[in-house]
Design a protein around this ligand. Structure first.
Ligand SMILES: *[C@@H]1O[C@H](CO)[C@@H](O)[C@H](O)[C@H]1NC(C)=O
Ligand SMILES: *[C@@H]1O[C@H](CO)[C@@H](O)[C@H](O)[C@H]1NC(C)=O
Ligand SMILES: *[C@@H]1O[C@H](CO)[C@@H](O)[C@H](O)[C@H]1NC(C)=O
Length: 436
């Protein structure tokens, strides 16, 4: 008689949510990818290859050139940092020539500057650059990152099945949590699913990731920026509600100061990334950036909009004949009225500035006692303007004017009071023809 022993193996999927209390405002820092790519040629290009030296140098400059004081705190490695193969114990190993002291040592250096350390991995079989992926080694890789005292993990999604990601991304997050080390979790989960024609499960993504990519990689051009702006505007009803403290949409890096953007276009990227409540991850050579571009990246008032504690992502409220108006509810809040950052964007290419004239009321700003209105690039303060008051701005081709409109606050509400105002309750109503 043959006895069949049937083992019923119940695989309990880890029921887990990311409650790491990190990224309460969008992360800020420096990320290698857009500018330095997968340059591994340290022999011929020692100053620009992905190496220990590059990250130490950028960490130094973040501190000495004032970026760190403004909140740029993460120094993030992207792809192409590791050896092509795991070691005999299946561990990821940093490239032995380019990172001769190992990543714990690099992390220590970054931390000793008061900064934070970010790394890159991939959920699938390989990273996009063909380096080892984490799919069969999640627990091992998460603990390795923790042992290097990493503070931020970007997990890409090349060489993976997008259908598996609903399970796989939470699983990696579970192992990150199990290490006991606080690490921001940046996911590429939705963008690969969208590519594969899958409707992402936002409930789950919000629950498991601190930030996530939902659109193409940014490239060094204005046309790349424009496709991202359009994506964020055209899809705002589905993506804006997903943003909030601890969980952000990531339109990808700031490319300001590189080769592809004019001065005006650079101002537009900075202003709209503030409206988007986007992570501010600069990817630029901080050694050679020109002062006017550095000034854009260091604009305190625009950074303050980006880092607004309410964490409500802004929306495109008007789009007509190449003129767009974007608005983001911000603090201070009083009697259920928000303050706003308003960006006027000129997408036209006829070479003269366009005038936009509009009342605050038409923009949805109804607070009777008025708003303190300030231009965040020009450092002009317009005083307190009532909702019926018409404002007129001149917007340069592919440029921006960004205003901050603060309601006059009698008392300063506590952070808890803010949470009662749901961004979904706010409806913008701007008529298409309300501009001359
Ligand atoms: C990853 O590797 C496994 C094992 O070799 C293979 O079965 C799977 O098809 C690969 N997945 C992708 C998306 O390439
Ligand atoms: C792990 O998750 C638990 C519950 O979800 C949370 O309380 C804890 O702070 C997390 N730990 C880390 C290091 O993220
Ligand atoms: C989305 O994820 C949530 C939370 O993880 C889950 O409860 C829900 O069933 C999922 N929805 C779909 C349509 O799969």
């Amino acid at each position: 008689m043959i006895i069949n022993w049937i083992f019923l193996v119940v695989l309990v999927a880890p029921c887990f949510s990311l409650e790491n209390d990190l990224a309460r405002t969008p992360p800020m820092g420096w990320l290698a990818w857009e500018r330095f790519r997968c340059n591994t040629d340290c022999k011929n290009d020692p100053d620009n290859c992905i190496s220990d030296q590059l990250f130490r140098t950028m960490a130094d400059i973040l501190v000495t050139e004032g970026y760190a004081d403004l909140g740029y705190e993460y120094v993030n490695i992207d792809d192409c940092w590791s050896e092509k193969y795991r070691d005999t114990g299946n561990n990821l190993v940093p490239d032995r020539n380019r990172f001769p002291y190992g990543l714990k040592d690099l992390g220590d250096y970054i931390h000793s500057n008061g900064l934070k350390f970010g790394i890159y991995g991939d959920y699938g079989n390989y990273t996009c650059g063909g380096y080892p992926g984490s799919i069969a080694h999640m627990e091992r890789d998460a603990s390795m990152f923790a042992s290097w005292e990493v503070d931020y993990v970007k997990l890409d999604g090349c060489y993976a099945d997008a259908f598996d990601m609903d399970k796989g991304y939470p699983e990696f997050g579970y192992f990150m949590n199990r290490t006991g080390r606080n690490m921001v979790y940046s996911c590429s989960w939705p963008v690969y699913q969208i590519y594969a024609g899958i409707n992402p499960n936002w409930t789950s993504i919000i629950k498991h990731c601190n930030l996530w990519r939902n659109y193409n990689d940014i490239q060094d051009s204005w046309s790349s920026i424009e496709t991202i702006i359009d994506y964020y505007g055209d899809n705002q009803d589905s993506i804006v509600p997903n943003a909030g403290p601890g969980h952000w949409n990531d339109p990808d890096m700031l490319i300001i100061g590189n080769f592809g953007l004019s001065y005006e276009q650079s101002k537009t990227q900075m202003a709209l990334w503030a409206i988007f409540a986007a992570p501010l991850l600069m990817s630029v050579d901080l050694r050679t950036i020109r002062p006017e571009f550095k000034a854009i990246l260091q604009n305190r008032k625009i950074i303050a909009v980006n880092q607004d504690p309410l964490g409500i992502q802004g929306r495109r409220i008007y789009k007509h004949k190449g003129i767009e108006i974007w608005a983001r509810p911000i603090t201070p809040v009083e009697q259920n009225y928000y303050s706003y950052a308003i960006a006027f964007v000129n997408r036209r290419t006829d070479g003269t500035p366009s005038d936009v004239s509009v009342t605050l009321e038409q923009l949805g700003l109804q607070y009777k006692k008025g708003y303190k209105v300030e231009d965040l690039y020009e450092d002009v303060y317009y005083g307190v303007l009532e909702p019926k008051r018409k404002i007129k701005v001149k917007v340069n081709p592919s440029g921006v004017v960004i205003l901050r409109c603060d309601i006059k606050v009698e008392t300063t509400p506590t952070r808890n009071q803010y949470s009662q105002f749901s961004p979904l309750n706010h409806v913008f109503q701007v008529r298409q023809n309300s501009f001359e």
